[in-house]
Design a protein around this ligand. Structure first.
Ligand code: AMP
Length: 220
């Protein structure tokens, strides 16, 4: 059983590192950002309301996000564990998560904080591109496609996430500082927080995460 929170600012690499944990431990990644983007894509009422907030870099209400997570955590694929990515982001969300978990007799084992400085975050997020068809991710500096406008795999147009524009990124960072970073103290005070530098190679960071949660790491 591995119940983990990947914590850190937008662009810290939570999604990338979650992927390695998902593959390695066969546990689901629960990304509230992905869930909200799905709702936006589906055009549901929730999606329409969420998009207005997401496009400015603000936070969707605690009630909405907690309801999504409560439902998701009750699904059977979470029985061997889960990786929370981008949740909780506020103190009420952290308290709400605690109650949700208590009700289903679970708890958090580790909170991994991926630490990355602000200049690097702005560089990472503003250079991020995604294939509009297959979803493959690129970065204009760190992982560029062969042709700057189209996907190497399927040839479809590459797009920038609406909230990865430079002005929205700055707002997302300000929101992170004000509302989310206080959670570090919250998790530190209950002995769950581990700090990892998010500024190495992907495999170095994987190794550090494995070490900090006390599991052996091989790169096979
Ligand atoms: P992310 O993909 O995690 O960076 O999330 C993208 C956007 O979705 C955020 O900027 C918020 O507007 C919204 N969002 C994602 N997760 C949460 C959350 N836990 N609480 C509130 N809003 C969220």
């Amino acid at each position: 059983m591995l119940n983990l929170i990947l914590f850190g600012p937008p662009g810290a690499g939570k999604g990338t590192q979650a992927q390695f944990l998902v593959e390695r431990y066969s546990i689901p990644q629960i990304s509230t950002g992905d869930m909200l983007r799905s709702a936006v894509k589906a055009g549901s009422d929730l999606g329409i309301r969420a998009k207005l907030i997401m496009d400015t870099g603000g936070l969707v209400s605690d009630e909405i996000v907690l309801a999504l997570v409560r439902e998701r955590l009750s699904l059977p694929d979470c029985s061997a564990g889960f990786v929370l990515d981008g949740f909780p982001r506020t103190l009420p969300q952290a308290d709400g998560l605690m109650s949700v978990l208590q009700a289903i007799d679970k708890s958090i084992d580790h909170v991994i904080s991926l630490d990355v400085d602000n200049a690097e975050i702005v560089r990472r997020l503003s250079g991020r591109r995604t294939c509009s068809s297959c979803g493959k991710g690129y970065h204009v500096l760190y992982d560029p496609p062969k042709d700057s406008k189209v996907c190497d795999i399927c040839g479809s147009l590459l797009v920038q996430r609406d909230d990865d524009s430079e002005s929205t990124v700055k707002n997302r960072l300000a929101v992170y500082e004000q509302q989310t970073s206080p959670l570090k103290e919250y998790y530190e005070s209950i002995g769950l927080l581990r700090h990892i530098s998010g500024q190495g190679t992907i495999s170095d960071i994987q190794a550090q995460i494995s070490k900090s949660i006390g599991i052996s790491c091989d790169h096979s």
